[in-house]
Design a protein around this ligand. Sequence first.
Ligand code: DC
Length: 229
Amino acid sequence: MSERFVGQVTLDGPSGTGKSSVARALAVRLGAAYLDTGAMYRAATVAVLDAGVDPEDAAAVADRVDAARIEVGTAAGTELVQVDGVDVAERIRGAEVTRSVSAVSAVPAVRRLLVDRQRDLVAGADAIVVEGRDIGTVVLPDATLKIYLTAAPEVRAERRAGQLGVTDPAEIAEIAADLRRRDEYDSSRADSPLRPAEDAVLVDSSGLDRDAVVDRILELALCAVGKPV
Ligand code: DC
């Protein structure tokens, strides 16, 4: 690549599509920053749970998240996630947080707060890859390139099982059911539901490995800024 990419690539889609590993690798290849907005909702969930707040109590959740200092790094090579100065990078991936994050992220006041912070972080980078659920539709409607990453449900469940080291078919079926439940929740919530932006490019990662998906998006990103590979 002779010239550097300048702009924003948004990467939205359900979980288990390989979105995070694609987004990170893409950011490295583009020499861009990387923002994982899911990590922000997960960090907000840690703040809620640690304060003993019921994730379904929208008003209390909003107050707690407003008071918390949530910091998420934008360097593609590291994972910096802190709540009130405490490192929670590992905890945010645990089952307890995963169970409650949909409820916390459905609270409109939480979304407003975090979307503002996301836009501030994006404004500080000349090139960035931003992953989430509503980045192309709500957070960055004028992004340079919008990608909506999908994969067949069974492929997504297998991938998630692989990450967790699960091989038992009954447990894989449970993971598939959990993915369906979260998709349903995220797609049907009133505020910023999961859906592709009208001008998003749909990429199905079912039959592709990570590098093939990254190559395809890299090509689209460079075309979008008039620097085709
Ligand atoms: O991508 P993830 O699994 O880390 O996301 C965690 C949760 O946060 C998921 O249930 C959806 C929600 N989320 C959201 O509502 N909006 C975003 N931009 C990113 C994540």
